[in-house]
Design a protein around this ligand. Sequence first.
Ligand code: PAF
Length: 289
Amino acid sequence: METKTRVLKEVSSISEMKAISQSFRKQNLTIGLVPTMGCLHEGHLNLVKKSLKTCDRTVVSIFVNPTQFGPNEDLDTYPRQLQSDIEKLEEVGVNILFHPSKKEMYPKDYKTYIQVQDITEHLCGNSRPNLFKGVSTVVLKLFNIVQPHNAYFGEKDWQQLAVIEALVEDLNLDVVLKRVPIVREADGLAMSSRNRYLSPQERQTALSLSRSLQEARDKIRQGTTSAKTISDSIRQGLSGIEGLEIDYISICDPKDFKKKEQICDRTLIALAVKVGPSRLIDNCIIEEI
Ligand code: PAF
């Protein structure tokens, strides 16, 4: 592997980003991409560190992608803190920050969208109908612009990862997806940019997500295999909590997201709730039992 330069270059034009990536490729340098919407936390930095370890050049994109937000969602209030993100990226030694404007990514009269089918009809796809069309579209655009060899995504957004895997496979893209496990705060809360919206009280409430998953795991370990029993007990635990609204509790196949009746082979338990202004998700995988 080639020696790395330690200066962060900021790029906001697509043509410049493409030219840089082409020049990296000409020099046989491997490119790692970490796509983000900014407001970087340890979860993102963990993805970045994986890329820095294995690729010659690491590109982080920061773009709050409007096409993945619904009309009543938090696009306008989504936390933005570019300066402190830049400092974090400089500190870990990222090479390129790609932060295009909305106009650069979606010029007037933009028309093309990507729709991954079937697996987008479950879980978050039900409650956020625009989400995966917007994610697939922007991720394909980022892959075309940055031309990465590897791209890094966190398993907190399990369904998003499955959608991107389908996109890569179905459209024969030459990029290797690297899955990275969820990073949690010391008390179990899965790291998320949306945690910033939470008041101290709401943050306490949000802990019930990881706690419910842990309790479900314990019950399964003790021999419960009925998905309904586990789901009912999660629902019962969460419904009593003031300030928390359940979006979904899903016990399903981790690849096609179809509901399971019995937890006997690899199973995903995925939760989405609203706490105060934040919609939070979390999940865990139960390996074969
Ligand atoms: O997970 C995210 O932050 C976003 O959905 C992504 C992948 C950067 C696309 O906008």
